[in-house]
Design a protein around this ligand. Sequence first.
Ligand code: AMP
Ligand code: ZN
Length: 469
Amino acid sequence: MIKIYNTLSRRKEDFVPIEEGKVRMYVCGPTVYNYIHIGNARPMIVFDTVRRYFIYKGYDVNYVSNFTDVDDKIIREANAEGKSAQEIAEFYIAECKKDMEAMNIMPATTNPRATQEIDGMIDMIQTLIEKGDAYVAKDGTVYYRTRSFRDYGKLSHKNIDDLEAGHRDIKVTGDDKEDYLDFVLWKPKKEGEPYWKSPWCDGRPGWHIECSVMSKRYLGDTIDIHAGGEDLIFPHHENEIAQSEAANEVPFAHYWMHNGFLNIDNRKMSKSLGNFLLVREILKRYNADVLRFFMLSAQYRSPLNYSEELMESAKNGLDRIRTAGDRLKDLIANATDMEMTEEEDELLDTTKEYVEKFEAAMDDDFNTADAIAAIFELIKFANTKLDEDSSAGILMKVFEKIEKLMSVLGLEFTIDHDDLDSHVQEMIDKRQQARKEKNFALADQIRCDLLKEGIELMDTREGVKWKKI
Ligand code: AMP
Ligand code: ZN
């Protein structure tokens, strides 16, 4: 039985789906006004792994993750670059998808965009007004009447009287706001901003209503899991609950999952603090699977501090697994016996323990750190118990077991030679690019990194050549 830590109850609960064998899951996606940084990559990698584990367990997962493509920051960036907000959003959505693909994140079942869901937002806001949960101010701003929602604060475990208005709300502090806790559902346009027609004014939606509407449209009124980074608990998810539950009169999500933050120098990595590393900067030095392995080496709710040492140790760990994979492949290719012996049958039976450990770790709120430890035990088994005398049968069975568990983590067990060629070529291209940009430190770093992988570069008259050492 899979157990999930539910932010709503603050404890681990058995996962019971709404519909047998199915998971309806919504993950709040990025606001697209820049390339994604590795902090943004954490929820992507973590919840992709959650999704993969559900699939491994036989569930059919409907996975919806949005792009917020209208927002103050996008408009600001558009004005700075002399482009339209739509152009900015389109560009960064495409770039974000490239980074996600590199990190082996499965494409969402649906990737809705806020600007394509405006009608649904107007409908939900209308419903909230009719029910008395929202009101229209003189300038056409529509506010949610926060105190009308009796359970407000249930997710963030805050008492409504102690609350301060959230800093991520769109700030339109018209004097006719009834209460400082009320948040914006719809706001009037300003000069030069994108806008849509509505019964209240030409304008655009607030941030929170987007997710309530997209989740309802693609997954239904009640969903199994709603997820995102822990900074979204308040006010974003709290406000989503208020809107959705007031409008639909049923619980919004049964399980609320939140990943801890990725820190750098023990401070939160964020766009606003300016201390972020872009995914594509990291990819200049490491393969994306190293980043993925690094992220999964911690339990998803714990804070994770980014450091070169941890990235190096992720790289070494992954290399260790792959060296064992290459060895198994060689042994399979050279095995003389096909059939497993009886002793091998018994030996193979002992590996069940490691698979069970892996599953127990993942069942326990997706503890990928312990799941990786179980994979290492299997690797140790393969390295110590299998050799030239093993049959192809057992070698293949063990290979497949490890490969399957690695794929739950979104990682390849082995890289074939074509991949090695293209990996080295990619690094050579990156080094040439760095040299062109006179970034010799990076160029040297890439040479060093390759050396550590056992690849030596040689600058010749015919260009850069390489060999395995
Ligand atoms: P944003 O584009 O800021 O709305 O963020 C998109 C997603 O990334 C949200 O789920 C955030 O909670 C998450 N996120 C942003 N920064 C970090 C970080 N440093 N560590 C972990 N998650 C983050
Ligand atoms: Zn959201």
